[in-house]
Design a protein around this ligand. Structure first.
Ligand SMILES: N[C@@H](CCC(=O)N[C@@H](CCS)C(=O)NCC(=O)O)C(=O)O
Ligand code: FE2
Length: 295
């Protein structure tokens, strides 16, 4: 941390130390996520500053040579993630949505990427995946989903499987509870985890339909997500409040559902009383066949 701070000008050094004090007072362990990345606009009105943390740089990869983009679909508030090897251009897309297929494919083409795998973190209930249609548009693209999802795909994933792209890969951690086939995808250096609808920012996936089970979800999060390093960035499949990224450490501390005992968690989940997703009746059957049932 000191070596980074010493690189900034005196006025910026003062700002950096204020930032450190403020984050410490908030109880957030940003230092654990320290990196020498440049985060323009980190403090409103301040000059760009080298900071010791990149926790708020939601759309920049932490890993050298890893291209990363977080994309958003407004109707279902879904995040789609694009990861690529910056050198070989091999790429993976996570949770692409039918409505944004043109945007996503244009982007892939603009960046000169070779999309090899389109993976769904689970059989979504609120939107239709674009995976099937994407396969029709991109020769060689393979679809992937958990073998416990009940959905058809080229690749059926299980615990410990790796999805390689160039020098990088994503490792599968099974995190059932929202559905039987929910998976979390973790980068090789455990700096990023794509948690689907298992762990959301300050929340979690509901457990009142498909094969939902609150106890299972609690265990999945404790055993498969909270065992990742505190600085590991959490990228969920949805956010309804405009939040983009969190960390394992932050969620361990501030997630209002997961800071409870399992018994309290189950009670909370059984009393959410959320309306069913608007598109559940068309999404689930469509997603069981890669989103293609209407084509
Ligand atoms: N209103 C949305 C559906 C919102 C919803 O149910 N989201 C799910 C995740 C997608 S299956 C969820 O688990 N939410 C948890 C929560 O606490 O909100 C729609 O109609 O699509
Ligand atoms: Fe879901």
């Amino acid at each position: 941390m000191c070596s980074v701070i010493s690189r900034v000008k005196p006025v910026q050094r003062a700002l950096a130390s204020t930032l450190r004090l403020r984050t410490n007072a908030d109880g957030l362990n940003y230092a654990a996520a320290q990196s020498r990345r440049f985060c323009p606009g980190f403090i409103t009105g301040a000059q760009p500053l080298w900071v010791t943390s990149r926790s708020y740089c939601a759309r920049i990869a932490t890993t050298d040579g890893l291209l990363f983009r977080q994309l958003f679909e407004v109707e279902s508030s879904t995040y789609t993630y694009l990861l690529a090897d910056a050198d070989t251009k091999e790429a993976v897309i996570i949770d692409p949505v039918l409505e944004t297929i043109d945007r996503d494919l244009k982007f892939v083409s603009e960046l000169g990427l070779k999309l090899t795998v389109a993976v769904n973190t689970h059989c979504h209930a609120d939107h239709i995946t674009s995976t099937g249609l994407m396969k029709k548009r991109l020769a060689g693209l393979k679809s992937a989903i958990s073998k416990f999802s009940g959905a058809s795909a080229d690749i059926h994933l299980k615990e410990g499987d790796k999805i390689p792209f160039g020098r990088h890969s994503l490792t599968v951690r099974e995190t059932p509870g929202h559905t039987d086939g929910c998976i979390t995808l973790v980068t090789g250096d455990q700096s990023m985890a794509f948690t689907g609808d298992a762990l959301l920012i300050r929340g979690c996936g509901r457990t009142d339909f498909q094969q939902g089970c609150a106890k299972r979800l609690y265990q999945s999060i404790q055993e498969k997500i909270y065992t990742l390093p505190d600085h590991c960035l959490i990228y969920p499949a949805h956010d309804y409040l405009g939040q983009t990224v969190s960390t394992v450490g932050e969620e361990r501390k501030f997630n209002p559902r997961l800071t409870k005992s399992m018994e309290e968690f189950v009670k909370i989940m059984n009393n959410l009383n959320l309306p069913k997703p608007n598109k559940i009746d068309i999404s689930v059957p469509a997603n069981l066949v890669c989103g293609l049932h209407h084509v």
